[in-house]
Write a protein that binds this ligand. Sequence first.
Ligand SMILES: Nc1ncnc2c1ncn2[C@@H]1O[C@H](COP(=O)(O)OP(=O)(O)O)[C@@H](O)[C@H]1O
Ligand SMILES: [Mg+2]
Length: 272
Amino acid sequence: MSAAAPWAAHFGLARTPFGKSIPAKDLFVRQAHAEAVARINFCVVESALGVITGDVGAGKTVSVRAAVDALDRTRHQIIYIANPAFGTRGLYVTIVRALGAEPRYLKAELMAQAADLLAAETAERHRRVVLICDEAHLLAPAQLEELRLLTNSEMDSASPFAGILIGQPTLNRQLRMGVFAALDQRIATRFTIKAMDIGESAAYLRHHLALAGRDEPLFADDAIARLHRASGGLPRALNNAATAAIIAAAADNKDLVDDTCAKKAVAELTRD
Ligand SMILES: Nc1ncnc2c1ncn2[C@@H]1O[C@H](COP(=O)(O)OP(=O)(O)O)[C@@H](O)[C@H]1O
Ligand SMILES: [Mg+2]
């Protein structure tokens, strides 16, 4: 975390709060976050397929980061796909490259190569492959089919890797569609990260302020209620709303972020 911006220093904060690059150990552990992490761990341990969904900014990617951060890297090979919108060769190419090989040119060979490498990782290197696809609602039908083929490669034995699909709520609908029923049936766990309730939003704000070095309250209760409503309880939106409200309060030389500041912040963020 970097030094405090002037508006943060105004309130005696040692660092700028609500920064994007929050270390995994500093994350706010609410119920939904802990449960998402637990589901991801379940998939890793069982070499199973799991789906985590949630609205934009709900905390999906940070939950993956928290889960992955805790894994022993000598025993796990993590393949993290931040965005799968890279065409149909892309999935296998990414897997093959991540496992240290040069992708074969022909599609049919590439698929076999990916499957062989996945199997070898477990059998020879005794490392479990954890394939994580973020923004998985962007997976094209052909890519979902590729994924299905990979999980199928050893029909009767355990899946050769743990697979975690992270995406917006539409992902569940995509997976339920007839063509993907075979993949859908292989999904061992599903979880939706819901938005925070008002109590969680208040605790979330306190948590971030404490990280920035302030333990005393900064937001008035009605300001918290307004920021919570405006953000729909979604962490990323709440970060932005809270930041705008603190800036407004600093500009007005106040020593608390009151509802007038929250109102200004919300008006500013919703203006188009
Ligand atoms: N548990 C948490 N603790 C602290 N900050 C969080 C937490 N969850 C989300 N955030 C904040 O919200 C932002 C958006 O979360 P992210 O996981 O990227 O959302 P998603 O992947 O669901 O769109 C993060 O960059 C972080 O600043
Ligand atoms: Mg994300």
